[in-house]
Design a protein around this ligand. Sequence first.
Ligand code: ZN
Length: 196
Amino acid sequence: MAMFGQVFVKKGKYRIKGDFHHLAAHTPIRDADNAFSLCGVTNPRELTYIHSYGGEAVFFESLSRGTLLASRCEHHACECRGTTYLPFRIYCPDCLKRNRVIDVTDEAKRSARIYTFMVCERSGAFSLLEKPIKFINIAFDGIDTVLMSYLSLGEPRIGMEVVPIFKRRDPSYTILDLSWVPKGTPAEELKPGFEF
Ligand SMILES: [Zn+2]
């Protein structure tokens, strides 16, 4: 198997290296109830998709450093000035000006609680989370939106106090690097790679 495609940016442009599209041999699809007659072929292929984070990149980078970033509209003429967003929004949806990025790690550690939750015994395609997945919606003091994430330990209940954990070792640079555990969980119980 050739190397997966890799990307870096130089002078404001993507520079790509390696193969982004791997093909493998077709296999026949045959009808077991009809003398194994031919019905079609499989088309095995593997694609590497380039997903750009744009102005959200700082949020994902911060998770790998144990920091949770939100954003806030501070535009003087905005009717909704002061609204604080987590999930991180690059632009204010009311005045369309760029939001200020703010560090809310301490607020999250102090005040995060489960607003509501759902436990999923099955997942959608391509999910890397262990099942059952405990999806939680998290509310914070001073933040105007509710964050969707997942609980890594314990059983969720409404109002439960939780604290963030960050995958600081071998981060994936995706939202999976952020998870939550009940307040008071000892550090030695965290999953590999995660830290408070
Ligand atoms: Zn605004």
